[in-house]
Write a protein that binds this ligand. Structure first.
Ligand code: HEM
Length: 370
């Protein structure tokens, strides 16, 4: 039996919007999801390190408090911003994504339960800062979040390989499969984790920039500690990035080395951008006003995240090119619904940005009052 015959038929319902529009929305919403996820998970890494060092200095203690109180909000942002790409993913890649989700069904459904426990733990820590068990609850919640990311990477890679599905199902039809036989799985997952770690450092440095006028000494500490965390993670990322690239099958590796324009640009600009951000971040401690360096680092990092997500999309299409034919989709655009959706989507993002602004300025005012 060939792989084609185990792939479910395309949903009989026509696409409610042109493929290019759904694909653009998938990419845009995934960018938002992954930025929130990076801030949340990176914030967890950074906060845990600060907790360990909190006996050494008051600043680390304060940093743990500042970050850990933001984690529940960031988890909520990650989850909310994950729903949109999930919907677009199902509409476009349903044949592949549903099958991989069934093959690893127990793990996939467990994500919701795991998330609830992790969320609960983070809330507990945000409220009961002084309780002795806080460190371990925070640690355990972090492990649960890491597990969710791992299941996501499993699903996102398993959906790419229909040729494996039948053998996997025959061997284990109970929905407890993971994709360990996929060589790039662990490097890919580490690539995401280390990116999150770097963004956690950057997030801390940005908090420092926000606090520049209200608490200069603490602000310097945040910018220096965050920038150091950022450049060390990014340096490690260059190594892991190469491991990931060369763990791919050769034809897929070559996509990033001239085989495909978008993938090549994402790789080259990503690599040069990583070196540039390391340069900006390393120089931070020598500067009396390092705010510009943080802004540059954040801007280049934002660009890298966008390019990496575009490169990831090229990789998926290459894996699925034998089976996935977007030109075969029947499209019946529901323009009224689509226009309404786009208006609400843009208004939603504007509202979200406004909420972020209020959230940070409210914290700032509260800190100044303290
Ligand atoms: C809170 C913990 C979460 C973490 C750490 C996390 C992390 C990740 C990571 C690492 C990926 C990329 C996986 C890969 O390509 O290998 C990803 C993709 C994705 N996540 Fe999340 N995620 C979380 C929660 C969620 C939730 C709750 C949803 C849905 C409501 C969601 C929806 C998605 C979707 C749909 C994609 C893939 C989109 C695509 O392939 O185009 N995530 N996430």
């Amino acid at each position: 039996m060939n792989a084609q015959s185990v792939i479910p038929a395309v949903d009989a319902m026509p696409l409610p919007a042109p493929y290019w529009l759904l694909k653009t929305l998938l990419i845009v919403t995934l960018i938002l999801h992954l930025i929130a996820m990076n801030m949340m998970l990176g914030g967890v890494f950074m906060a845990f390190a600060a907790k360990i060092k909190s006996n050494k200095s008051e600043h680390f203690k304060k940093l743990f408090g500042d970050l850990s109180k933001k984690i529940p909000t960031l988890v909520a942002a990650t989850v909310t911003l994950g729903v949109a790409p999930l919907l677009f993913l199902q509409v476009i890649y349903g044949q592949f994504f549903y099958t991989s989700s069934v093959l690893m069904g127990w793990f996939w459904f467990s994500v919701v339960v795991i998330l609830i426990f992790a969320y609960y733990g983070f809330y507990y820590v945000a409220i009961k800062q002084e309780t002795p068990s806080v460190k371990w609850i925070f640690f355990f919640s972090g492990i649960l979040i890491l597990l969710i990311g791992f299941f996501l990477s499993n699903n996102m890679t398993l959906m790419l390989e229909p040729s494996k599905w039948l053998a996997m199902y025959k061997k284990n039809p109970d929905g407890v499969n993971l994709n360990f036989s996929h060589a790039p799985l662990i490097p890919r997952y580490l690539h995401f984790l280390i990116a999150a770690s770097a963004v956690g450092g950057l997030f801390t440095a940005i908090l420092g920039v926000i606090k520049w006028d209200s608490d200069r000494e603490y602000s310097h500490f945040l910018i220096n500690a965050g920038s150091k965390w950022f450049w060390v993670s990014t340096l490690l990322q260059i190594v892991i990035g190469f491991v990931f690239l060369f763990s791919l099958p050769k034809d897929k590796t070559m996509l990033f080395m001239g085989g495909n324009a978008v993938a090549t640009i994402s790789f080259v600009v990503g690599l040069l951008g990583a070196v540039a951000t390391i340069y900006f971040a390393v120089k931070v401690p020598k500067k009396s006003d390092p705010r510009k360096s943080v802004v540059w680092t954040a801007s280049v990092t934002g660009l890298i995240i966008i390019l990496m997500i575009l490169g990831r999309d090229v990789l998926r299409n290459e894996y699925l090119k034998l089976y996935f034919k977007p030109e075969n989709f029947v499209v019946s655009t529901q323009w009224t619904v689509m226009i309404l959706f786009l208006i609400l989507f843009i208004a939603g993002i504007a509202l979200w940005l406004l909420m972020m602004k209020k959230y940070f300025s409210a914290k700032q005012t509260a800190n100044e009052a303290d």
